[in-house]
Write a new protein. Structure first.
Length: 252
């Protein structure tokens, strides 16, 4: 165990599985105290058991203002301050503009964009009081490039990329840094569900691997290392940046 994040207080959304879980565990290994946010308490509890006393479990829906206020209030009440926010919660619906339903569109933007904005807005006063902080937004390579059947997901992640840049400019005077990570196809519960819904899951998985020059799909841990860097003081001159972590996907 090292201490790159010693004394830092971190909120992680979507912390119960996948990338959020991997990042929360990595933050804790580096000495951070971590508030775990998600909609399934059982999954959050499982992550908290791995972390120990430096974890706080906060079941919540980030698209709801009341829940967002409670997340920030309880985190500060428990740990005394707030230094880092990882906006990782997200949903993915498959379909073209014609196929996506209004309900799917609304859910995508409510969680992927509105929830991220609400929680970012809510942490700004505490970060300003702490003398600065780091907001890390989980976007996607599909926030940079389009793809078939992603007519709601890709636009939502494009919004995340531009919101990241705007916030970085607005809050730099307060020493609050805002950056985005853009993963390629990472093997998580979310992406497994996409593959498993296909008529031929193995063919889809092989196709996904093929478009990543490095020759494999990503792992959640591949993202966690960059998240630790962006949360740490090592990245004190990094803001408004968009970081693809994609096995070469965007290089093709």
């Amino acid at each position: 165990m090292t201490s790159r994040l010693k004394d830092k207080v971190v909120i992680v959304t979507g912390a119960g599985s996948g990338i959020g879980r991997a990042c929360a565990l990595a933050f804790a290994r580096e000495g951070a105290r971590v508030a775990l946010v998600g909609r399934r308490r059982d999954r959050l509890d499982a992550v908290a058991r791995k972390i120990g006393e430096s974890a706080l479990v906060l079941p919540a829906d980030v698209s709801k203002s009341d829940d967002v206020g409670r997340i920030v209030e309880r985190t500060i009440s428990r740990f005394g301050s707030l230094n880092v926010l990882l906006n990782n919660a997200g949903v993915l619906h498959i379909g073209t503009a014609e196929q996506i339903t209004e309900a799917q569109w609304d859910e995508t933007f409510n969680i992927n964009v509105r929830g991220l904005w609400l929680l970012s807005r809510a942490v700004l006063p505490a970060m300003g009081k702490a003398g600065g902080g780091s907001i890390i937004n989980m976007a996607s390579v599909l926030g940079i490039n389009g793809a078939p059947n992603r007519a709601s997901y890709a636009p939502s992640k494009g919004a995340v990329v531009l919101l990241t840049k705007c916030m970085a400019i607005d809050h730099a005077p307060d020493k609050i840094r805002v950056n985005a990570i853009c993963p390629g196809f990472v093997e998580t519960d979310l992406t497994a569900a996409v593959i498993n819904r296909a008529p031929d899951p193995e063919a889809v998985r092989a196709e996904r691997i093929k478009v990543h020059p490095i020759g494999r799909l990503g792992k959640a841990e591949d993202i966690a290392g960059l998240a630790v860097y962006l949360a740490s003081d090592e990245s004190s001159w990094v803001t408004g940046a968009t970081f693809p972590v994609d096995g070469g996907y965007l290089a093709v």
